[in-house]
Ligand binder design. Structure first.
Ligand code: ATP
Ligand code: MG
Length: 211
């Protein structure tokens, strides 16, 4: 089993978008997947509730209700953290997870919050002798914008890998409304978005692409 935590204290940076879309990536490949919602708002679970029966099943858990019991044979577990999560709040989880994804919006305010948080997470992983890999995903990025270049400079200065860039795309809004992920939408509409996930998934999987 491989488990992935999506976390950043900044609200609205794309944690739920990344957690839910990643879950659909695995589910379309028939990988047994669980989505654990640690947010009192339960947005990931709301998304699962409107998920069409015709799509592959994703197990959903309210992670605030104590221990979770994924089905036997579950291959991927994805944790969606709430805003205002500091590294102390996820200290226990850090020891258990294999991958930590930190989505960052390319804005000065978001980058400042992320800088402190990334440094904190790196320290905490090391202090616990945990094995989790930590990476940053730039979300809603416009490559030709000044803010994107500032984000690249910010990441260069940090000691964490920059694993991918997701553009601002209406496909994520549609997917959120309808309980699907971009991997389940018509290819001709989402091919650009799907391409952007390739390096992210390769990194999550330790440079192995599933199947
Ligand atoms: N790449 C993107 N393109 C377009 N819209 C996006 C993208 N990423 C996220 N959004 C939209 O931005 C909003 C916030 O995203 P999301 O809910 O994933 O953030 P979050 O970090 O989970 O927020 P919270 O901290 O409140 O849990 C949502 O409406 C989502 O659909
Ligand atoms: Mg969320």
């Amino acid at each position: 089993m491989r488990s992935i935590l999506v976390v950043n204290p900044k609200g609205g940076c794309g944690k739920t978008t990344i957690a839910t879309n990643l879950a659909t990536y695995y589910s379309v490949w028939d990988t047994s997947t669980a989505l654990v919602d640690l947010d009192p708002q339960q947005s990931s679970m709301d998304w699962l509730r409107v998920r069409p029966d015709s799509e592959n099943h994703i197990q959903g858990f309210n992670g605030l209700r104590g221990k979770i019991y994924p089905n036997e044979g579950t291959e991927r577990v994805i944790y969606d953290a709430p805003a205002r999560t500091d590294s102390a709040k996820v200290a226990k989880l850090i020891k258990l997870v294999d991958v930590v994804i930190i989505p960052v919006l390319p804005s000065a305010i978001d980058m400042r919050v992320a800088a402190a948080f990334v440094a904190d997470m790196v320290t905490r992983v090391r202090a616990n002798n945990a094995h989790a890999i930590i990476g940053v995903v730039a979300n809603r990025a416009q490559k030709n914008y000044h803010s994107y270049k500032a984000l690249l400079n910010f990441l260069k200065a940090m000691d964490v890998p920059f694993v991918g860039v997701l553009r601002n795309s209406q496909n994520y809004i549609k997917a959120a409304d309808t309980g699907v992920g971009i991997f389940e939408m018509p290819y001709n509409e989402v091919d650009k978005d799907m391409q952007e996930w390739k390096p992210i998934i390769q990194w999550i999987e330790g440079k192995r692409i599933l199947k």
